[in-house]
Write a new protein. Structure first.
Length: 95
């Protein structure tokens, strides 16, 4: 079953451009993964510190593999200084 994921990431003040560059690199790496069906990055029009990922994964196993990739683990550790908040929603598509 496909897994739909929305991640909202808020940069610390003054860190939006740095975070944007880091997130764009993550898009490149994530799209190479076999289970990745969609991995789109958006930036809020109202608040440039807010970034939104819309992701679709082939299945939970593929998402689990993604979450254990070295580049993602490095991002989680190294980005603490530039990220204020992260909210993740997993959902089912209903229409």
């Amino acid at each position: 079953m496909k897994v739909y994921l929305t991640a909202i990431i808020k940069a610390k003040p003054g860190q939006a451009d740095v975070l944007k560059n880091v997130l764009q690199e993550m898009v490149i790496d994530s799209r190479k993964e076999q289970a990745c069906l969609q991995y789109d990055l958006h930036q809020s029009l109202e608040d440039k510190n807010i970034f939104i990922f819309n992701e679709i994964w082939a299945n939970q196993a593929g998402l689990d593999l993604h979450n254990n990739q070295p580049y993602l683990k490095a991002f989680q550790t190294e980005s603490k200084a530039i990220i204020d908040e992260v909210i993740i929603y997993k959902s089912n598509k209903i229409s």
